[in-house]
Unconditional design. Structure first.
Length: 224
């Protein structure tokens, strides 16, 4: 029997675990899984795949792991409070070869849950970037994302709602998050720069009434 790797590459650290497999390494198939900590009041967490811990330092709000190469099939994913056996999320994911997934730990810690999205990482056309919006602020109303003072780009997304990856011209944007269907601005998103050929997820984070690290804001993930 040979061993195959499940690689974990979060920002600022690299860790790896070894799992025993009855198949040869070149026969294994893989999917890519990104895990993001989007629960504003949850502590730092550990990530376990098939009960093997794959991070060497706590994953904290609102960081993400980047894509992990994970063997296909049904994989058990647990999110534990860092350094403990207290499991706050326990989910089985059916992973298909060559597909890309984002798993967000969402909601207030008392109701923390996973949100799983399939990521279409098809390359953008020349001069374009692809952008997806995900609403992950638990107490914020449904929102529109619009050009500053202008047209709506992503409309009427409620908590846990998401858009498809949408082509936009590369360049700099001043955006605003509005209460859906109104001109009331809940959050300004100035100076968002989109590079040609890149793929991004922008997610609303924090609490509408939050302060400090938990205040309403936005986080950008570069998917590719």
């Amino acid at each position: 029997m040979k061993k195959v790797f499940l690689a974990f590459a979060p920002v600022m650290m690299i860790a790896a675990i070894m799992t025993t497999s009855s198949c040869k390494k070149d026969e294994a198939t893989f999917a890519n899984v990104l895990v993001a900590h989007a629960s504003p009041d949850a502590p730092g967490v550990d990530l376990l795949i098939d009960n093997s811990k794959v991070n060497s330092a706590a994953l904290t709000f609102p960081a993400n792991t980047g894509y992990l190469q994970v063997e296909t099939g049904t994989r058990n994913v647990k999110v534990n409070v860092t350094g403990t056996s207290t499991t706050v999320i326990n989910a089985d994911l059916a992973l298909e070869e060559g597909k890309n997934y984002s798993v967000f730990a969402v909601n207030a810690v008392a109701n923390i849950e996973p949100l799983v999205l399939v990521d279409d990482l098809t390359a953008p056309a020349s001069g374009k970037a692809h952008v997806r919006f995900v609403h992950l602020s638990p107490d914020a109303p449904a929102v529109d994302v619009a050009l500053d003072g202008g047209a709506v780009v992503f409309g009427n997304k409620a908590f846990k709602g998401s858009t498809a990856f949408t082509p936009l011209d590369a360049g700099a944007y001043d955006l605003e998050v509005r209460v859906a269907g109104t001109t009331t601005v809940a959050l300004d998103l100035p100076s968002i720069t989109l590079q040609a050929g890149k793929i991004y997820t922008v997610f609303a984070k924090g609490f509408l009434a939050g302060t400090g690290a938990q205040e309403l804001g936005a986080e950008i993930i570069v998917n590719k």
